[in-house]
Design a binder for this molecule. Structure first.
Ligand code: GRF
Length: 208
């Protein structure tokens, strides 16, 4: 059973899909905390509406980086968090937190890493870049977070075709549908202790 913190900056649809998977018994986890750098995010609103502890933590609330990361650390400790799922979190997680939660932080990315990742590759930019590249497939990647952007060990991927009449928006919509299924399923692998990390690869133990 994971004691999850979900970090999200915006809409929060992945947070909702994680919560849905938990209530339908498909993910052995509890959302102990929602953390957002955006006080008006859909994610924090969802937390409020569902009785989940939610906090706003940003450069505004804690301008000093040391103070910021120590507040993050103490919130995680206070809420007994043992795993962090980034779900549209637009900020870098402080390195000391990444070190404490080694191989216990995941992120979801709306393309097939290691392509279309890194700086500037977020939101609709990703789908524009996929279309401009002429790639015939795209998809979703769930990966472990390290101190470098978008390059940690890959836990799960699923691909979909790029259609001739796709626009960045239509691609985003189809990719998002996959995200909502793939992220809870990937988290369940951790909940069941089925993932070990070997360099950049993850090894998936068969179900018990
Ligand atoms: C998703 O597309 C996710 O892959 C990316 O940010 C977006 C977040 O969407 N990292 P939402 O806030 O979960 O709706």
């Amino acid at each position: 059973m994971l004691h999850l913190a979900v970090f999200a900056s915006g809409r929060g649809s992945n947070l909702e899909s994680i919560a849905r998977a938990i209530s339908s018994g498909n993910l052995d986890a509890e959302i102990a905390l929602v953390l957002s750098n955006n006080s008006t995010s859909g994610a924090l609103a969802f937390a409020r509406e569902n009785g989940i502890p939610g906090i706003h933590l940003s450069g505004k609330t804690n301008p000093d980086p040391l103070d910021f990361s120590s507040r993050m650390k103490s919130e995680l400790k206070y809420h007994d968090v043992d795993f962090i799922a980034l779900a549209g979190y637009m900020k870098k997680v402080p390195p000391d937190i990444v070190n404490i939660y080694t191989n216990r932080i995941t992120n979801i990315h709306p393309a097939l890493l290691p392509a279309f990742g890194g700086k500037g590759m977020y939101g609709i930019n990703v789908h524009k870049a996929v279309l401009e590249s002429g790639a015939r497939i795209t998809g979703v990647t769930v990966h472990i977070v390290t101190n470098d952007y978008d390059v940690g060990p890959i836990v799960a991927q699923e691909c979909i075709p790029v259609l001739d009449d796709d626009t960045p928006e239509s691609l985003a919509e189809r990719v998002l549908e996959i995200e909502h299924r793939l992220y809870p399923a990937a988290l369940q692998l951790f909940a069941r202790d089925r993932i070990t990390v070997n360099g950049l690869r993850t090894i998936h133990q068969p179900p018990a």
